[in-house]
Write a protein that binds this ligand. Structure first.
Ligand SMILES: [Zn+2]
Length: 106
């Protein structure tokens, strides 16, 4: 059975509608990933990876965009930081901010 089949099975159930509404309320309809307005509920551990379908600890509110982008990745993989861009480095670099991290070891 594919994940899509599993999810469509779950989403047809009364229980899912109840859980989904409860999670959106719990998370104040705020996307767990980007803070945007959430209209969907996402499984932190996807069903295809053995995540619990109705367990609140495995569910977070998510906007449709993040839910779509995450697909069947686990939340940990989806949230893994991307390599910083050169622009970000120039702002946060210890040299620029003058903190000189690691100097004590010199
Ligand atoms: Zn989002």
């Amino acid at each position: 059975m594919t994940q899509a089949d599993t999810m469509s099975d779950i989403r047809d159930t009364y229980r899912w509608k109840q859980v989904r509404a409860a999670i959106l309320t719990r998370d104040a309809k705020t996307c767990h990933y980007c803070g945007d307005t959430a209209t969907t509920v996402d499984h932190l551990i996807p069903l295809s990876k053995g995540g619990a379908p109705f367990e609140p600890d495995n569910l977070v509110a998510a906007c449709a965009r993040c839910n779509y982008a995450k697909k069947n990745k686990t939340a940990a993989v989806f949230l893994m930081p991307q390599p910083p861009s050169p622009d970000t480095l120039s702002i946060t670099s210890p040299i620029v901010t003058g903190k000189q991290i690691g100097r004590a070891h010199v």
